[in-house]
Design a binder for this molecule. Structure first.
Ligand code: 13P
Length: 287
């Protein structure tokens, strides 16, 4: 069932669990993520970065593919198609293409410009019936070639963006995309708590879900995080399983080169990764 992410995240916040956003890269990824969600009876947000959107051929391709899968695979759990770290233009394209949710990432602008642009996207997206995520305080690491250091958002700026009518809010709390360095200081729960005190019931979003220790994930959920983004972890699982298949020489045996065989272990690894995250986030049986 294709839906916006608003209700699923309000329910998550009220129920003290989080819904996972799993970024997709191709048909196998999408099928694996949706299969895992259905098997776990969990809501799911399919994340699409602008780079992944381009890679897959465009936003219309993705909407068509996801809608087709929901129908043909009988996916009955709530599914949102969400633009991840969207630019202003990217959000407009996704609204047009039929996404059900967009993130406008104005965190690299000065706060006044972030506010002005977020205001505009909230208006356009809500008119078209989509949910909106905004961001304050850049999330470090590398994503689509953009590198930033994990900073902590200013809680009063978070409150200003929250008051624009966004449906959920991402705030930097020392988290970064990709693998965490050995000397990572961990999440700033002080910042998260201060943000939640000011933003109340608004579901908060934790980016950079890969590699955050389980106890920190649970604590973040207890402090108002209702959406957790996971990307790199599925990529690592897919790559490791594919490597194992090739290194075992299986692509050279019989018809082992058939993409339906060659990509199967990687796809199965994504299913397992997504299911484990859904267990950890507490979204199993919350569909
Ligand atoms: P990871 O790649 O670190 O899991 O981060 C995903 C993310 O936050 C997407 O926006």
């Amino acid at each position: 069932m294709l839906v916006t992410a608003t209700k699923m995240l309000q329910d998550a916040k009220a129920g003290h669990y989080a819904v996972g956003q799993f970024n997709i890269n191709n048909l196998e990824w999408t099928k694996a993520a949706l299969t895992a969600a259905q098997e776990c009876n969990s809501p799911i947000i399919l994340g699409v970065s602008e780079g992944a959107g381009k890679y897959m051929g465009g936003y219309n391709v993705i909407v068509g593919m996801v809608k087709g899968m929901i129908k043909d695979l009988n996916i009955t759990v709530p599914v949102a198609i969400h633009l991840d770290h969207g630019s202003f233009e990217g959000c407009l394209k996704c609204i047009e293409a039929g996404f059900t949710s967009v993130m406008f990432d104005g965190s690299h602008y000065e706060i006044e410009e972030n506010i002005a642009k977020t205001t505009e996207i909230v208006k356009l997206a809500h008119e078209a019936g989509l949910s909106v995520e905004a961001e304050v305080g850049s999330i470090g690491g590398e994503e689509d070639g953009v590198v930033g250091a994990g900073e902590c958002a200013d809680p009063t700026e978070c409150k200003r963006i929250a008051d624009l009518g966004v449906d959920f809010l991402a705030a930097g709390i020392g988290n970064i995309h990709g693998k965490y360095p050995e000397n990572w200081a961990g999440l700033s729960f002080e910042t998260l708590d201060a943000i939640q005190q000011l933003t109340g019931d608004l579901p908060l979003v934790l980016h950079g879900g890969t590699g955050i220790p389980e106890d920190m994930i649970k604590k973040a959920i207890s402090l108002g995080v209702a959406k957790i983004n996971v990307n790199t972890e599925c990529q690592l699982a897919f790559a490791a399983a594919t490597r194992e298949y090739v290194e075992a020489g299986k692509d050279l045996q019989g018809k082992g080169f058939d993409p339906r065989k060659l990509l199967a272990p990687g796809a199965a690894a994504i299913v397992e990764t997504v299911k484990a995250k859904m267990e950890l986030f507490g979204s199993v049986n919350k569909a």
